[in-house]
Write a protein that binds this ligand. Structure first.
Ligand SMILES: [Mg+2]
Length: 369
């Protein structure tokens, strides 16, 4: 199926493999979508199929390059030099801005200082359980003034992606995930089914039992889901395997997440992996480290990617996301990555700089005076 090729191609660019599609040939999501000349075609998935064809041609000509190993990350010593060299900072949230429900020390003052210097601040998270509006409330609760326009959660990315491909109005999305994805699809005017309400459903197997599914489902979106069950796996599998052209979209493939600070918990990648296993299809990933959100942000704000610094606490999502997008990268050690993990000889992902926490932007300056 054509969309399988597309999904596989995007997945290659978003994996932590050392092979990437050449960014020069990277597909521009918002500009190359063929328009539907004949409105009668809107009742099919033709836009998606046409787009897949065009993307497949581009993939065929895209050269694969091996990423040469980077030099070891430098400890940040002169934050002013980094601040002056970019116009936008993209921050991951958990482990950078907050930890669970607690703000990390010095964050408000650091964000204020960057804003006073005219820097654009954007917050990007792979967590799809909340919508942008719900994240806005979390920032507010923590005493931070951040507008919805500055927040990009992978729940929003899934809806933005479907809008960017002119997802047909008469098609529906089956959601394996929580409320955030439903809210964003609703705002985008996209019909959906599934989500939390399928969390209680069970399969009662009896001779000859067959599960029905909606043949109008044109995409399955899979995100982190605390109420994941066999019903959802089977429903998603039927849609992807039996509905022609049905897309398989993942908000992220994170192996682990931090539901509590006592241990690591199975992340969104575990739900995606189950559906991948039953469909033998690669998902199209819209969250980090795929560059979809980076491309979207660069287009929306008209930013050059070399003018962006990505700040995060995870190497395989945040730092890779920044590097895949051609941005500067800063690892903070206030989250899941320790200095020994960064400097482990087996680690191949090296940011440009590392520092303990973002408020080092202030304290290092004070120390330098
Ligand atoms: Mg994080």
């Amino acid at each position: 199926m054509l969309t399988t090729k597309l999904s596989a191609a995007v997945a290659v660019s978003s994996s932590s493999s050392t092979l990437f599609l050449n960014p020069q040939n990277r597909f521009n999501f918002s500009k190359r979508i063929p328009s539907v000349a004949n409105p009668s075609l809107c009742n099919s998935l033709r836009p998606i199929v046409e787009w897949s064809l065009s993307k497949r041609k581009m993939d065929a000509s895209a050269s694969l390059r091996a990423v040469s190993p980077r030099a070891s990350a430098e400890q940040l010593k002169d934050p002013d030099q980094l601040i002056d060299s970019v116009e936008t900072f993209i921050f991951d949230c958990d482990g950078v801005i907050w930890k669970g429900d607690k703000l990390i020390d010095g964050v408000p003052e650091t964000l204020d200082m960057l804003r006073s210097k005219g820097k654009r601040l954007v917050f990007v998270t792979n967590n799809s359980t909340k919508s942008r509006k719900q994240y806005g409330k979390k920032f507010e609760t923590l005493g931070l003034s951040v507008s919805e326009e500055e927040i990009f959660a992978s729940s929003f990315a899934a809806a933005a992606y479907l809008k960017s491909i002119d997802f047909p109005k008469d098609k529906k999305v089956y959601v394996v995930g929580e409320d955030g994805i439903l809210k964003e699809l609703e705002l985008a005017g996209i019909q959906y089914l599934g989500g939390p309400e399928d969390g209680e459903k069970k399969i009662e197997l009896k001779p000859g039992f067959m599960m029905e599914h909606d043949e109008n489902v044109g995409a399955v979106v899979v995100g982190f889901d605390r109420y994941f069950n066999y019903y959802k796996i089977q429903y998603a599998t039927l849609c992807i395997r039996e509905n022609p052209g049905c897309l398989f979209i993942a908000t992220n493939r994170d192996a682990v997440t931090h539901l509590t600070d006592a241990q690591e918990w199975a992340g969104g990648g575990s739900m995606v992996g189950a559906v991948r296993g039953s469909t033998q299809r690669e998902p199209l990933v819209v969250g980090k480290p795929s560059t979809f959100m980076m491309d979207y942000l660069a287009n929306k704000f008209g930013i050059s990617k070399s003018q962006i610094c990505m700040v995060g606490d995870r190497l395989d999502t945040d730092i890779l996301f920044g590097q895949n997008g051609g941005c500067k990268t800063l690892l903070v050690l206030s989250g899941v990555t320790s200095l020994s993990m960064l400097q482990n000889p087996d680690n191949t992902i090296q940011p440009d700089f590392y520092t303990n926490k973002i408020s080092d932007f202030l304290s290092l300056k004070t120390a330098a005076v």
